[in-house]
Ligand binder design. Structure first.
Ligand SMILES: Nc1ncnc2c1ncn2[C@@H]1O[C@H](COP(=O)(O)OP(=O)(O)O)[C@@H](O)[C@H]1O
Ligand SMILES: [Mg+2]
Length: 257
């Protein structure tokens, strides 16, 4: 894995127009290999922060210091893999073709990217579906393909914007387990956006709570639950419920309620 996966934000603000300040004065250090979630009300600038990291903001709207792997944001940064809520699969490509797509774009030799894609499709539970097209797959299966495609890239930093937000509760729990085991296997840095506090606490080393727009950090909560974690077992763990209640109270503070 190339590069170093640390993410540093030092007094970062994003102002889209004089009256739209999306993010206000956010400072945050994410260590290489850390799993950090960001929660906060809709419109508080979570997606904006990921877009900033990925070099996708329009010029001039961002300020402060923002580095990923020591480098300022730049579009097409190979240190970053970005996964969204809705699978953006190519409909004319099979599951395997989609899982290989990132490697193809980045010029990874065919045999190598195919081997990685096949391995990851198996890891996400899609062995036997390599040659299925997206329209033949359920939404949960399509999001599994998107997860395989994200992990097939050798990027040390994963940006995930509500990747399981559109899934039913059961499928979501399954995919959270898959993500945790993939992450535990090769220890990449994950910056994970979710509106699901339970998901944030289950997965993360730390949960960052943001206020309503302009988004500021109102709490940085270490999640001290031991690893490896089982998503299901945690639902019955009192320590999990305490942390959940704590994050929830911070979120309410940020809403000013
Ligand atoms: N390209 C843009 N131009 C103008 N305003 C934007 C743009 N992108 C996002 N915004 C605004 O910035 C705020 C934060 O948006 P976003 O980061 O998508 O919030 P979140 O992901 O937390 O729901 C919103 O008010 C949104 O309308
Ligand atoms: Mg968003």
């Amino acid at each position: 894995m190339s590069g170093n996966g640390a993410i540093v934000l030092d007094h970062v603000s994003v102002r889209f127009s004089p009256d739209i300040v999306a993010v206000a004065d956010v400072s945050l250090n994410v260590r290489a290999g850390e799993f950090v979630s960001i929660v906060g009300p809709s419109g508080c600038g979570k997606t904006t922060l990921l877009n900033f990291a990925a070099g996708l903001l329009p010029g001039g709207v961002g300020s402060g210091i923002f580095t990923v792997g020591g480098k300022p944001p730049v579009e097409g940064n190979r240190d970053i893999a970005y996964m969204l809520a809705r699978d953006a699969l190519a409909p004319w490509r099979t599951a395997l073709g989609n899982a290989e797509l990132g490697g193809e774009i980045r010029g990874v030799p065919a045999a190598e990217r195919r081997a990685r894609a096949i391995d990851l499709l198996e890891k996400v539970g899609l062995k036997g579906f390599e040659h299925a097209y997206p329209k033949q797959l359920s939404q949960g299966m399509r999001q599994r393909v998107a997860l395989a495609r994200t992990f097939a890239l050798a990027s040390p930093v994963l940006l995930m914007d509500e990747p399981f937000g559109a899934l039913d509760a059961q499928t979501k729990l399954q995919l959270e387990d898959v993500l945790l085991s993939l992450w535990q296997r090769d220890g990449r840095t994950v910056l994970f956006i979710t509106h699901d506090l339970s998901e944030a606490v289950t997965m993360s080393d730390r949960v960052i709570v943001m206020s309503a727009r302009p988004g500021r950090i109102v709490a940085d909560v270490p999640i001290t639950l031991p690893r490896p974690r089982s998503v299901r077992a945690l639902q019955k763990d009192p320590a999990f419920h305490e942390l959940y209640a704590h994050v929830w109270s911070k979120l309410e503070e940020g809403l000013g309620t």
